[in-house]
Design a protein around this ligand. Structure first.
Ligand SMILES: Cc1ncc(COP(=O)(O)O)c(C=O)c1O
Length: 391
């Protein structure tokens, strides 16, 4: 039996996979078991922000692994203290505390729970196309019908869904019963979209006036992806709770809720917890990751690379428009994206799709360079020509 057959036999078949076996990564490239090189413009699912196997990240994890792999939150630890301080100081101006867990889903569930505890209110407003995770609690605020299916059943009885970017709909829905509004500041899986500055500013004002917590799900947008460390900084709009995961520790599982001073004391001791949250390996990775982002100015670089993408793809006639910010970009084509993504794969370039049928999603490592973007633009033109050819 081949190892691919072994994986298919023993793993639940919940993922659609590409027919490759990836065994190694370096910077913006990954390599298969035959030594073939792929340009990864998807960052292993928006995770490898500083590139694959960044030497400083690998060194930090290796050193920590030899020192202390794990001890729980029932004791103090040096690397946890330093990483927590650094992430709060790198996030929003009023970020004053952090809760660590293992994934984006757990972070969003914790954020909703804390907002309910802080306000004593039951209801949440979430976006119709939003995605916040797949476990039952996170699904209860995930509007995206493809991901929800009929799973939430009565779990979402306390959620009101509104369209992303529609402030009037939020204003009409918000009541004194609402604990929180949760949204991805730049949407991704549901199609890449950014709202107007006015939308975010008005949301902030409305939440403050109503005593409702504003939760930004920055699981994808956090850690430099949109050209700022966190997306709300583009509009000087600070959430009360900011969740993040994915690129936080460059590939080591880590989720978190970053909280402002006003809300951080809402959960009482013992009211929330996570065994692995704040584990030493993840903390060493987080600290090294933040140092790399700072020293290599990667958020700033992501903002520059967005301009290169817009410039290079502007010359491709089949590209209708490009949405998003930094290196979270949706490339809207005049034709279905799926066959084009397959053609790009044949040319050994990895990109993502999303719920918009004609959209390609670019979520490359932040270390991507103009030559990689030019390589992608040329391969995209070839791929578009290939899908137009009669079979
Ligand atoms: C915006 C957003 N929130 C939450 C999640 C869930 O994160 P995780 O898969 O780490 O649980 C994702 C995953 O893609 C996401 O994109």
């Amino acid at each position: 039996m081949s190892l691919r057959e072994t994986e298919d036999q023993y793993l639940l078949q919940t993922y659609v996979k590409k027919p490759i076996t990836i065994v190694r990564g370096e910077g913006v490239h990954v390599f298969d078991d035959k030594g073939q090189r792929y340009l990864d413009l998807y960052a292993g699912h928006a995770v490898c922000g500083v590139g694959h196997c960044h030497p400083r990240l690998v060194k930090a994890i290796s050193e920590q692994a030899g020192k202390l792999l794990f001890f729980s939150n029932s004791v103090y630890n040096d690397i946890r203290a330093l990483a927590a301080q650094m992430v709060c100081q790198s996030a929003y101006p009023h970020s004053s505390g952090v809760f660590f867990c293992n994934s984006g889903t757990e972070a969003n569930e914790a954020a909703v729970k804390i907002a309910r505890r802080a306000t004593g209110r039951p209801r949440v407003i979430a976006m119709e196309t939003g995605f916040h995770g797949r476990t039952m609690g996170a699904l209860s605020v995930t509007g995206n019908p493809k991901l929800r299916g009929d799973f939430p059943q009565n779990l979402d009885a306390f959620t009101d869904f509104v369209p992303f970017g529609d402030f009037d709909a939020i204003e009409a829905t918000l009541s004194p019963d609402h604990a929180a509004i949760i949204l991805e500041p730049v949407t991704s899986v549901g199609g890449v979209k950014v709202a107007s500055r006015k939308y975010y500013e008005s949301l902030r004002e409305l939440c403050t006036g109503n005593g409702t917590a504003l939760i930004f799900d920055e699981v994808q947008t956090g850690f430099g992806r949109t050209g700022r460390m966190f997306a709300g900084l583009h509009w000087d709009v600070e959430p009360d709770l900011c969740t993040s995961a994915k690129a936080a520790a460059g590939g080591v599982p880590l989720g978190m809720v970053i909280l402002s001073e006003a809300i951080r004391s809402a959960p009482a001791p013992g009211e929330h917890g996570c065994t692995f949250g704040g584990g030493m390996l993840a903390m060493a990775a987080l600290k090294a990751n933040l140092e790399i982002l700072r020293d290599e100015k990667l958020p700033e670089h992501a903002a520059e690379m967005e301009l290169v993408v817009r410039d290079e793809l502007g010359a491709v006639p089949e590209v209708l428009y490009i949405s998003g910010k930094g290196l979270l970009l949706g490339i809207e084509l005049e034709c279905p994206a799926k066959p084009v993504i397959e053609e790009l794969f044949h040319r050994r370039i990895l990109v993502g799709g999303c719920d918009r049928p004609n959209q390609i999603r670019l979520l490359s490592p932040l270390t991507v360079q103009p030559e990689h973007i030019r390589e992608f633009a040329a391969a995209l033109s070839e791929s578009l020509a290939a899908v137009k050819q009669p079979a």
